[in-house]
Design a protein around this ligand. Sequence first.
Ligand SMILES: [Zn+2]
Length: 241
Amino acid sequence: MSIEEILVISEIPVAVTRKQIKNLHLAVYPPTGRVTVSAPEQMPISAVRIAVVTRLAWVKRQRKEISLAPRQSIREMTDGESHYFLGRRYRMRVVERSGPTRISTRGKATLVLEAREDASISAKLNALDHWYRERLGEVVPPLLEEWSQRLELDGITWRTRRMRTRWATINVKSGIVTVNPEIAKQSLESIESVLVHELMHIFEPNHGEGFIRRLDMHLPDWRARKSKLDSAMLSCEDWKV
Ligand SMILES: [Zn+2]
């Protein structure tokens, strides 16, 4: 998919991709409320803008739902909450204990939060964020190493940074892959496909034919992995042009 243009409508960035399609397709994705439009190739950008503007109330409603739904439960960091790690759902178990706030897994479905009785929610959230980043530190380097070898790349490094609208980006000059810690919630296959996607940009800056050809060659099931990643999508809508 190649993003050709970013429209900013009512302060909301809208990524416009051109495709050989008859109908405009608008989607709002969690976790950040990223808005994308697939538009027919010949449709003037002004018409795309108008189409989005007419659906603006819907877009705002979706973004509001996304911003409220997951955060409300996470914000509380209480017993029984659902949290995701590597595509699996974990139930949070809160254990009141003196000492530092920390997170660990118990079995394959329990996330244990140890915290003092008076620990603040933000201290608990920080502990969870730290835990996700640590886990990524175990998951990402072996994948990057494996794919560096396969693609004969040298000097690839990585870091984590929260981003509003992306799972990852790459600086092709420095070889630094920046990974959104949110991705720790997705499956290993999804994480791998995101990393491979970024590494491909070292060979192909855009998402053109060459890019797709390389992905098809190295990761033949990338479409299925991508649609799995996208299936976290809360809602989308099609309408006639
Ligand atoms: Zn890309």
